[in-house]
Design a protein around this ligand. Sequence first.
Ligand code: SF4
Length: 364
Amino acid sequence: MNQQEMLAQYAIIAKREKLLPIRVTPFYQQKINEEVATIGYDGPLYKGSYPTKERLNLRAPGEVPDFVQDHSNMPNRLRDVVIQKYDNRMLFFPTDSCAGHCQYCFRTRVLSEERAMGKQLPDFQQKLDGAIAHVNQHPDIREVIFSGGDPMTIHPTLLETALRRFRKETAITNIRIHTRTIVFTPGVYRKNICELLGKYDVRVYFHIMHPYEVCASVAQAVDKLHQQGVQTYNQFPLLRGINDHLEVLTAHVEMLDRLGIRQISMFIPDPINYSATFRIPLARLFSIIDEFNWKTPSWVNAGRVVMDTSIGKVRRENIVEWDKNTGKIIFEREGQRIEYTDFPVELDTPGDISKMLWKTKREK
Ligand code: SF4
């Protein structure tokens, strides 16, 4: 099957399974073009944005349409606007849209459902009014996390309104923005936007998942944020064929550190439909992380490894049962249990380091 046929087949599957349509910004496409011209269609950035043969054909036991079940943690009147899993913080979705779409996205239910059902989102002011009222009814909430969708895709006037109102009309102490615009369209970070984020004391969490997503333009955008006193962090998923190797993780976090971005979390991919191409058996994933911890200094390996679930984030130490025969794993957090089906070892083809770090390998 050639690339065009794969894209056509993906379009059919995406419509049926409510997966995200392909969306790549011109800025990011340039990087993919360079990768494809050099190593073909097996590179990490291509795999993150376009379907591969394995993405279309490989299925694993235990895949579900929606693992994290965001909708179960949305207050009734604030469906698709607020998620509250923890007493002290909540997610606010100013938009269900992103600058680019990631093949590995675990939020497709929240993002694509609106489009698939042709439903209108409540307008922005209504969403904001509802979110602010929710915070004020729940005084334990100290932090609001703008997520989505990508909050940095909304109009700057709306962003300013939201930031101003949360600061003025609620008693929250922290505001966070989660975004991938830094790699998809770093031109968003104009001086006035960086000043805005600095003025409202926003922490910005990037979701940069591979070192080749960063170039001089991305570094300049990060620098503009730092000049305004904005603190920057990063989290990313551990993805087979993209970053499932000690060398990629080390290069990635060292690069983030050079840019002054603090690496916080690495995520175990959720077992949702058509995610098999990205998943890693937990034993191999943990052995990569062990090696990473042993072989890198603490300024590289200080982050944590977590999986997002309907009962909140769980870690390796939350595993209370692991049946190696069936692959069933039980995580327990604060008295609540969640079952996870491991990715089978026999389906696991580890990422090829000569492809995942093709630039570095060619320089040697
Ligand atoms: S930017 Fe985030 S929310 Fe948007 S498609 Fe990518 S992974 Fe999903």
